[in-house]
Write a protein of this length. Structure first.
Length: 216
């Protein structure tokens, strides 16, 4: 059955979600084309269910802070990376997801200069970051895409999920940053950014990192 919903006419308030069941892969591709790339909404598709989400401003702020912290960490450790925020990742016929942000670290060379990622030949991101992810559709999509490490920030906490045997298992440590207390320092810095601003919190974070490196 062809898609007849006037997708572009759907007006989502910040923080709201539209769930559309029984969507075939062909219909999903059609909806993506209709939505276009210049939009504030995010999508997730898995098991023939499509979700269209409109993030809250505080959601966006938390992601920007966390992403800047990750970039600072990588830069301090002199590790190259590529970041592809809100790119649509699709496992043909199975799932699609648009991360709040994601990083290629181990596999950064594989996607340098690419405008689009084809998971039939390109690797998935090494690390994806989400704020306030509570949807099973989103989690299922990440599982299908096979992102090895997924961070979920919400309610002042950061949860690290590692893909093991095709399901996510919560971990107290990040394999990407094994020597750092990620689940402690990231939420603390996000909250500090609310108090003193993003610029100042990055200075504090760099100072903390420098002190940590000196102690090693």
């Amino acid at each position: 059955m062809p898609v007849t919903t006037p997708i572009r006419q759907i007006q989502l308030q910040p923080g709201s979600v539209v769930i559309i069941p029984n969507i075939s892969w062909q219909e999903f591709e059609q909806i993506l084309e209709e939505l276009g790339e210049k939009r504030s909404t995010r999508i997730a598709y898995s098991k023939e269910t499509l979700e269209i989400m409109s993030p809250l401003p505080q959601h966006e702020r938390a992601i920007v802070v966390i992403s800047d912290l990750v970039k600072t960490l990588l830069r301090k450790q002199q590790r190259p990376w590529e970041s592809l925020r809100s790119t649509t990742f699709k496992r043909q016929g199975i799932a699609g997801i648009e991360p709040d942000d994601c990083f290629y670290i181990q596999n950064y060379r594989a996607i340098i200069g690419k405008d689009k990622i084809d998971l039939a030949r390109d690797p998935p991101p090494d690390l994806a970051i989400e704020s306030d992810l509570t949807s099973k559709t989103e989690t299922d999509a990440y599982t299908a895409i096979k992102v090895p490490e997924l961070w979920i920030y919400g309610a002042g906490k950061l949860v690290i999920n590692l893909l093991q045997n095709d399901e996510y298992v919560e971990s107290i440590a990040s394999p990407t940053f094994p020597d750092l207390p990620i689940t402690d320092i990231i939420p603390r810095m996000v909250e500090r950014a609310r108090e003193i601003g993003m610029y100042q919190v990055l200075l504090e974070f760099e100072a903390w990192l420098d002190a940590s490196l000196r102690c090693e």
